[in-house]
Design a protein around this ligand. Structure first.
Ligand SMILES: C[S@@+](CC[C@H](N)C(=O)[O-])C[C@H]1O[C@@H](n2cnc3c(N)ncnc32)[C@H](O)[C@@H]1O
Length: 240
């Protein structure tokens, strides 16, 4: 059994604190393009009619809603997150949306998913894997619950490759983000964000982590000059 560490408890408490203002801050801080990034990631999701998609670290449900909008009406979704406060907000947004009957929600940690092996046709995780304390275990869990041949799509912040844009982006992350986040929400959470982006592995190293967890056919695509990256990988169709 995976036991939460002090650091993962701290991350959960931090998200509980910022949950009420999470969506509004996302729209402001991304200048309104965060949902466009989610839609670009959903284009890579592959799910057959009648299939089920798991959205891990679903937060306030925006990725689950984007996936519901981008897949057929017969596709069902399950959103999971280890922060009950975020899931409560997702619940009220989803029940008031046209996708309420297609999306179920549950509180669960990525490192210990309460599902049987080979349960889901596809999985998504948007801006979540960076926060998962034990990424190796988390990715292995996602691979376990995917059906053979199922695809994982990950959307995550990155560091731009161009040094000029990287400098601008660094300034924005270090100065603007905590200033705006501190005004409207919790300053420490919006200081954590740039630190966590900086600490996240580079694109190639992260793909290697996916491969070590059992994914094949991994690849990645940068969006918005490399501020964010979409990764994908597949659970092998047959056991190696
Ligand atoms: C930045 S939010 C992203 C939410 C949503 N996916 C989106 O696109 O806006 C990160 C989410 O990851 C969740 N999270 C962090 N670590 C987790 C873990 N180990 N297991 C499950 N959820 C986790 C947090 O509670 C938070 O809701």
């Amino acid at each position: 059994m995976h036991s939460p560490t002090r650091s993962s408890t701290r991350i959960r408490e931090m998200f509980a604190k910022i949950a009420p203002r999470y969506d509004v801050l996302n729209r402001i801080l991304s200048l309104g393009i965060d949902n466009r990034w989610r839609r670009a990631a959903v284009e890579r999701v592959r799910c057959p009619d009648g299939g089920t998609v798991l959205d891990i670290a679903t937060g306030t449900g925006d990725m689950a809603l984007a996936t519901a909008a981008g897949t057929g009406d017969s596709v069902r979704l399950v959103g999971t997150d280890f922060c009950g406060g975020m899931v409560e907000i997702a619940r009220s947004k989803i029940s008031g949306s046209r996708y309420g009957n297609r999306i179920a929600l549950t509180v669960a940690s990525c490192e210990e998913l309460p599902f049987r092996d080979d349960s889901f046709d596809a999985a998504t995780i948007a801006f979540g894997i960076r926060n998962v304390e034990n990424r190796e275990i988390g990715l292995r869990e996602i691979c376990r619950v995917l059906k053979p041949g199922g695809r994982l799509v990950i959307l995550e912040f990155s560091t731009p490759r161009s040094s000029f844009f990287r400098t601008l982006h660094g300034f924005y992350l270090r100065r603007m983000l905590p200033a705006v986040g501190g005004l409207l929400s919790d300053v420490n959470a919006y200081r954590y964000l740039p630190e966590s982006v900086r600490a996240f592995p580079g694109r190639e190293s992260f793909e290697q982590l996916m491969q070590a967890a059992g994914f094949t056919s991994t690849c990645h695509t940068d969006l918005s000059l490399g501020i964010v990256t979409v990764y994908q990988g597949e659970k092998p169709a047959t056991s190696p």
